[in-house]
Design a binder for this molecule. Structure first.
Ligand code: SF4
Length: 228
């Protein structure tokens, strides 16, 4: 598919010097627990079928998670929380995502991020966000989402302008991020319901700011809005 071609092109991207250096340094040095593994160390493409009606948008791959396994939210605590919730609401066939080839299949759901390379301290610069937005724009042009769950305020800020460019009219001033916030967009691409959800990072899940029940609630509501 052309989405497959996009993903194949993406993994060769070297447009952000700082992130290329970081992702490769982490992959070379490794964390002790993973020293026998081959790290991916490249841009991490989205995962899920091209005709998915639900889109889940995070921030960027984690250094020892996606940057190690080559799959979004895979191999770290954030991903453990996310995939368990996706499975609980029927959007994934299994509650864990460990590595490529582990049998995971998403149902009507695609997971992607505004930045595809692991950034130092999980903080991409505004310039890196803008540079990577071309990939998100291209991905959105090939997808047919009816609802989006945005994990965290950073992803929200990054996604709204891209949605605007991609054919959904985003109101001005731009709607503010919040957990449980829902914004209904319309435009040339049809209706799109955008939902805010606290990010599945350990800062939120360890402190109870985001509980599995809260995450499942947003996913369930979004899946329903998407017609799933
Ligand atoms: Fe390319 Fe995006 Fe990675 Fe930058 S963050 S190098 S634009 S894939």
């Amino acid at each position: 598919s052309s989405l497959g071609q996009l993903d194949a092109d993406l993994v060769d991207c070297r447009a952000c010097p700082r992130l290329v250096q970081w992702r490769e340094k982490v992959a070379a040095e490794k964390r002790a627990a993973y020293r026998h593994e081959e790290y991916w160390g490249r841009p991490v493409p989205g995962i899920g079928p091209p005709d998915a009606r639900l889109l889940v948008v995070g921030l960027a791959p984690a250094a020892h998670g996606g940057n190690r396994t080559g799959r979004m939210f895979t191999g770290d605590r954030s991903g453990d929380v996310l995939y368990a919730a996706l499975h609980a609401v029927g959007l994934a066939n299994q509650p864990t995502s460990v590595r490529k080839g582990d049998g995971l299949a998403l149902r009507d759901t695609r997971i992607t991020a505004p930045v595809h390379c692991a950034p130092p301290d999980n903080k991409p610069t505004p310039q890196e966000r803008d540079t990577c937005s071309r990939w998100l724009r291209a991905e959105l042009a090939l997808l047919v989402p009816r609802a989006v769950v945005v994990l965290g305020g950073w992803g929200w800020q990054a996604l709204l302008p891209v949605l605007d460019d991609a054919g959904w009219a985003v109101p001005r001033p731009r709607p503010r991020f919040g957990h449980g916030v829902r914004v209904d967009l319309d435009g040339a691409r049809g209706p799109l319901a955008v939902f805010g959800c606290y990010h599945v990072s350990q800062q939120n899940t360890f402190t109870g700011r985001l509980t599995p029940a809260m995450l499942e609630q947003v996913l369930r509501t979004a899946a329903e809005a998407a017609g799933i």
